[in-house]
Design a binder for this molecule. Structure first.
Ligand code: FE2
Length: 403
């Protein structure tokens, strides 16, 4: 199955009716607390957030607090001589809360400079539209994943922050002080998703601090990130390159695969009201995963790491995810599966004595004293994965060599 076929299988997400009108979704909801005053120059309401890259693409998302159009200026040299204008069906963007752009046709392993631009628009009616002055962000840089061409990889993983401000503060500080090529947010960013303002607050400006202006954040869906009527709007704020929440990346000697374990109870559980279809979604991901684990970037990698929110083994595991994906991960000689969900740091080495050849590492929980920050560094000879607490103190360290 190629990605186009897979996309066709999943395209029902874009069908009319997938999104619910917030006026209906929140008839019984409590009002959101007032938004924290924005420290950014209007109309910006967040710094740009780099999200979910491929070796040849980068998503750039940012919040605004007024009706505006927007674009991204970028380039590899001294000039920002390329522009992503976000045009769709002949129309340039116009939104009062969020803008997102996909920079395509990039070169793997290449450093780019970029800035985002917003131009306020007074839109009285279809025949009276007045543009204001364009406002430009500072210039930032990013480097595209190298598709395996380089000899090293660095990555950071946080999980289960559950909207806890003190934990988000600690985790974003650790992200800033631990060099990485890729960040992963391994699920349960939210308790449940209720509004656009909440999506902005948690994803685009957690604790009002930039955190992914120069290193992209790879979002991994957790069960709480697919709860709440507004969960159907998550992709407006955290787009993926192909509209999929499973994806594969290669950075230096490490091949990554991200899978979406979905909800933690069966689809027919009464609490979901008949609105979930995660079993078929996991089966579809299995078809895709078979292609990934048979592909050259995966087979040729020195180390193979799977990132998914709910563990495949142990307490609170996803038995259906295990039934769909475990054999493929084993056959694909996966070294390490990294999870969250359990709210407790756990490590089970793979191989003798375990029912799986891969090791299973589970990050900690939302409370500050249970939170963990996972930092990995690899060269062609070894992969070292350190688990730190919220103070940056080492709790555990695991070293893998090529198998
Ligand atoms: Fe969870």
């Amino acid at each position: 199955m190629n990605r186009r076929d897979f996309l066709a299988l999943t395209s029902s997400a874009a069908a009319a009716g997938y999104f619910v009108d917030a006026r209906h979704a929140h008839a019984n909801a409590q009002p959101e607390p007032a938004a924290t005053p924005s420290p950014w120059t209007a109309p910006f309401d967040s710094a740009p957030c780099l999200q979910n890259p491929t070796a040849t693409s980068m998503n750039v998302t940012f919040a605004v607090n007024a009706l505006c159009t927007a674009w991204v200026e970028f380039g590899t040299g001294g000039e920002l001589d390329q522009r992503a204008d976000g045009a769709r069906h002949g129309l340039l963007p116009l939104n009062n809360r969020v803008h997102t752009f996909s920079l395509r046709g990039l070169t793997p392993g290449t450093r780019y400079r970029y800035r985002v631009v917003a131009r306020p628009i007074v839109f009285k009616n279809a025949y009276s539209i007045t543009p204001g002055e364009a406002v430009r962000s500072p210039v930032y840089t990013f480097t595209t994943p190298d598709n395996g061409a380089g000899g090293a990889a660095r990555f950071s993983i946080i999980n289960d922050t559950h909207e806890k401000a003190d934990t988000l503060g600690a985790m974003t500080s650790l992200l800033a002080t631990h060099p990485a090529d890729l960040h992963f947010w391994n699920g349960d960013i939210f308790d449940d998703i209720r509004s656009d303002d909440q999506l902005v607050a948690q994803i685009l400006r957690p604790v009002n601090a930039p955190y992914a202006t120069e290193v992209p954040m790879c979002f991994v869906a957790g069960n709480h990130d697919v709860r709440g009527a507004h969960a159907r709007h998550l992709e407006r704020f955290a787009p993926t390159s192909d509209g999929l929440r499973c994806y594969a990346l290669r950075q230096g000697p490490v091949a990554f695969v991200v899978l979406d374990t979905g909800e933690d109870k069966p689809d027919d559980h009464q609490v979901y009201g008949g609105l979930n279809a995660f079993a078929s979604y996991r089966r579809t991901q299995a078809v895709w995963l078979a292609d990934v684990t048979a592909s050259a970037p995966w087979r040729d990698a020195k180390f193979r790491v799977a990132v998914m929110h709910i563990p495949l083994w142990g307490d609170s595991c996803s038995e259906d995810s295990r039934a769909q994906w475990h054999t493929l991960l084993e056959q694909g000689r996966t070294d390490l599966v990294i999870n969250g969900h359990v709210h407790k740091h756990l490590y089970t080495p793979g191989g003798a004595g375990a029912p799986h050849r891969y090791s299973q590492l589970v990050g900690g929980g939302p409370k500050l004293d249970a939170a963990t920050f996972i930092h990995g560094t690899a060269d062609t000879g070894s992969l070292s994965v350190r688990v730190l607490n919220a103070k940056g103190e080492e709790l555990a360290s695991h070293v893998f060599t090529p198998s």
